[in-house]
Design a protein around this ligand. Structure first.
Ligand code: HEM
Ligand SMILES: *[C@@H]1O[C@H](CO)[C@@H](O)[C@H](O)[C@H]1NC(C)=O
Ligand SMILES: *[C@@H]1O[C@H](CO)[C@@H](O)[C@H](O)[C@H]1NC(C)=O
Ligand SMILES: *[C@@H]1O[C@H](CO)[C@@H](O)[C@H](O)[C@H]1NC(C)=O
Length: 277
């Protein structure tokens, strides 16, 4: 069973019981903003009932965040349907941890049909947002002793130790300290300066083939933004449910009650996703 772009991450409970993706350690407490998705869903159910899936809402929200933070405009195919199963172990087994090597990152993306170049392109999303200290604390502290992991700038490590004073700190740090709210190509410029926050970020410059791409995207923001948008569209095609598979959830947090049959009208093409939205 595929649990890709089917909004399984939004389910707060499973009909069959068991813990969900959303409470898995890689997602919790990191994932937030569920109320924004709920508000969009509520508005859509008022204006156009039983038509727009939660999986499509997530894809549109990602697109709109990119437009708002990066001034990048692109179209996203529509027509994904929502899944009915969410399992904690799917998140644990599929999301790459920040301790992965270049080869492990390439393999994990390949398993989801994404190329090494797309892995490098999509990693540029680390130009926005924040991370809990736990994802990089072992690069700056060994117990109470300051350390500097390979590939990390000593002065940046010192700044990070101020934000993350100990292994038990629940604090967060910006992933791109220069412009944490702007989607630009700064991520790729930080890497050669020893300012990739995660061990996994630094792997993109340690691997020679990947580093060629890092330099290319650092040198041409237009090129990165164009290809990033295309990679986002490709990522949004992973393990989609269309046709008679899945459902259009009425509430993104729970699967529909058995009695409510909801179908999705509209034309479908090759992979079942309609051309644009
Ligand atoms: C290449 C493998 C990747 C690894 C190992 C990775 C790892 C991480 C980690 C550990 C965090 C911090 C989570 C926290 O502490 O709350 C994070 C945050 C983030 N990641 Fe990734 N990530 C990867 C790929 C991606 C991709 C493909 C995207 C999107 C296209 C992305 C977008 C983000 C964003 C926007 C944040 C900040 C979220 C926030 O502010 O809460 N990452 N990532
Ligand atoms: C991805 O990994 C899963 C589980 O490990 C495996 O069953 C599947 O065949 C892999 N898919 C690809 C495209 O490598
Ligand atoms: C942080 O604490 C965890 C849990 O006690 C431990 O496993 C880990 O080794 C510690 N890391 C560092 C860098 O001290
Ligand atoms: C940067 O990339 C854009 C888009 O692909 C291209 O049109 C432009 O010629 C590139 N600029 C340079 C200086 O290479």
């Amino acid at each position: 069973i595929a649990h890709g772009c089917d909004a399984s991450v939004l389910l707060a409970t499973n009909p069959g019981g068991g813990r969900t993706e959303r409470v898995a350690p890689p997602n919790n407490p990191s994932l937030r903003g569920f109320e924004v998705i709920d508000a969009a869903k509520a508005a859509l159910e008022r204006s156009c009932p039983r038509t727009v899936s939660c999986a499509d809402i997530l894809a549109f929200a990602a697109r709109d965040s990119i437009t708002l933070t990066g001034n990048v405009v692109y179209s996203v195919p529509a027509g994904r349907r929502d899944g009915s199963i969410s399992r904690e172990e799917d998140a644990n087994n599929n999301l790459p941890p920040p301790t992965f090597t270049a080869q492990q990152l390439i393999d994990r993306f390949k398993n989801k049909t994404l190329t090494a170049e797309e892995m490098v392109l999509l990693s540029g999303a680390h130009t926005v947002g924040r991370s809990f200290c736990s994802s990089f604390v072992d690069r700056i502290w060994n117990g109470n002793t300051p350390i500097v992991d390979a590939g990390l700038s000593p002065s940046y490590a010192a700044q990070l130790r101020v934000l993350c004073p100990s292994n038990t700190s629940q604090a967060t740090a910006p992933i791109d300290p220069g412009s944490p709210n702007v989607l630009d190509n700064n991520y790729y410029k930080l890497l050669p300066r020893g300012m990739g926050l995660f061990f996994s970020d630094n792997q993109l410059r340690v691997d020679g083939n990947l580093n060629v791409l890092v330099n290319r995207f650092a040198g041409n923001e237009t090129l990165w933004k164009e290809r990033f948008a295309t990679a986002m569209v490709n990522m949004g095609r992973i393990q989609v449910q269309t046709g008679n598979c899945g459902q259009v959830r009425l509430n993104c947090n729970v699967v529909n009650p058995m009695s409510s049959s909801v179908s999705l009208a509209g034309s479908v093409e090759d992979d079942g996703l309609a051309a644009t939205s």
